[in-house]
Design a protein. Structure first.
Length: 456
């Protein structure tokens, strides 16, 4: 059943009909469409636009449409134009011609955004739950490794000693921001468009505030033309997904390197790796590589959406139907990625020996040595140059930095020269970074506490 056609003399071209229909993908909005329609017919009854008995019959009929579609999913094979016409067609089978009254004064332009807002709102809640799970998984691993020393890297070159907990927290904090960003986006999603009509508003005495309250919306849209045109609630949500994926891709990249044989700081849970068809020794980090790769896909969804929105006039245009596959794909991909990475993170085995051995690389202590010299009175730039010259000298002589320091530093700072063993101990080096946000174990524990509090 088409919801239009009184002014037509021919049927739509078949190929165009298939091209035009959105039911194959927007049937995911069925529960939301029914919830919004039920609230709408009740509102029609309350304001006297429909007799109370009709409103009640439509409400019950809509409930039945959803229940039947759930019980008999083959009903979804119906050749409907979109989820909105599907519901009206099915409602017609249940309550007869009265079904047409469910559409009284209502446009699909407002229906499609109302259903999508309800769907995105629920998806935000699911994604925030998933992010909480992953963030707390990182916190748990961070607590296990809050005092395990390992090298920290800049430019992928070993830089200074850090603790494993510091690294875990560095990947958890971005997820806290994503979690909070989604919470803020939710407020802008949670606005009722229903009652906007096609673009000009409704002529019915609808109580939009009551309708909003019934559907759990926190506000009603302030302009009917904007309400049917607005898709920035969609692009903002997809941006949040893309940002999550980009954060995950960085975590994946670190885990791929640090679990590799060249580092061996962690072992990946076998259940999240795959073997090679040729090389029997392999356990490849496919889960991590896939999530890293899928970040490109979600970024593509965001670009697709913004490109669709660019350069269309105010009001509903069919271009806007293209929003759905992008947002569904972004949401599915991000939810699945967060879930898979959650499994990888919880299953990680830490390898303290490998971390400690790599953290013993003397170059990691060079910056700490320069700071120690400066704190004994040598201007920092001079101290930096002095330690730099020691590194060069050690390299040329084929000796260790510690040996070069023992030889040269007594002339410059007997106090520092007397503390070289401590300064070259990575466990003591991390203790010095005790200010908030630093890598000292106590600071890391405090940071992990904050993450946990923000996520709970
Ligand atoms: N299937 C459409 C969409 O998803 C619903 C709105 C159709 N409105 C219209 N005037 N053709 O955007």
């Amino acid at each position: 059943m088409k919801l239009w056609g009184g002014n037509y003399s021919t049927d739509p071209d078949r190929a165009f009909w298939n091209f035009n229909q959105s039911f194959s993908f927007d049937q995911r909005l069925l529960a939301e469409e029914v919830a919004a329609s039920r609230a709408y017919v009740r509102a029609l009854g309350r304001c006297g636009a429909l007799p109370a008995a009709d409103a009640a019959a439509l409400d019950a009929g809509l409930e039945q449409v959803l229940a039947q579609a759930r019980l008999e999913p083959e009903r979804l094979a119906l050749d409907a134009e979109d989820v909105h016409s599907f519901v009206e067609t099915r409602l017609n089978e249940v309550v007869g011609d009265l079904a047409g009254q469910a559409h009284l004064g209502r446009s699909r332009n407002e229906q499609s955004v109302t259903a999508l807002r309800l769907w995105i709102r629920a998806t935000i809640d699911a994604l925030r739950d998933a992010l909480r799970g992953l963030g707390l998984g990182l916190v748990a691993q961070g607590r296990k490794g809050h005092d395990l020393v390992m090298p920290g890297y800049t430019h992928t070159r070993a830089a200074e000693a850090i603790t494993f907990g510091h690294l875990a927290a560095a990947h958890a904090w971005p997820l806290v921001r994503d979690f909070e960003r989604l919470g803020e986006a939710r407020r802008r999603v949670n606005v009722l468009p229903l009652g906007s009509g096609a673009l000009a508003g409704t002529a019915l005495p609808l109580d939009r505030e009551a309708l909003a309250a019934e559907l759990g919306f926190e506000a009603v849209s302030g302009n009917a033309l904007d309400a049917v045109s607005d898709r920035d609630f969609v692009s903002e949500f997809v941006f949040c997904c893309a940002q999550v994926q980009i954060h995950l891709s960085r975590l994946c990249d670190d885990l791929i390197r640090f679990s590799g044989p060249e580092h061996g700081f962690v072992t990946l849970p076998e259940a999240f790796t795959t073997g090679s068809s040729l090389m029997p020794q392999k356990k490849n980090p496919d889960a991590l590589e896939l999530v890293r790769g899928k970040s490109g896909r979600v970024l593509g969804d965001l670009v697709a959406l913004l490109t669709i929105l660019k350069g269309i006039p105010a009001g509903y245009q069919k271009d806007l139907q293209e929003d759905k596959e992008a947002v569904f794909d972004a949401a599915d991909t991000t939810l699945a990625s967060v879930g898979v990475i959650g499994g990888v993170v919880s299953g990680l085995a830490l390898r303290p020996e490998a971390m400690r051995a790599a953290a013993g690389t003397e170059g990691l202590m060079a910056a700490g040595l320069a700071v120690a010299l400066a704190r004994e009175g040598l201007p920092f730039r001079k101290a930096h140059a002095l330690v730099g010259s020691l590194v060069g000298e050690a390299e040329r002589n084929g000796e260790s930095l510690l040996a070069a320091a023992r030889r040269v530093l007594p002339q410059h700072s007997p106090a520092v020269a007397g503390r070289l063993d401590a300064l070259f101990d990575p466990a003591q080096a991390v203790q010095t970074k005790a200010a908030a946000g630093g890598t000292a174990p106590a600071a890391v524990s405090a940071s992990l506490d904050q993450i946990e509090a923000r996520l709970r």
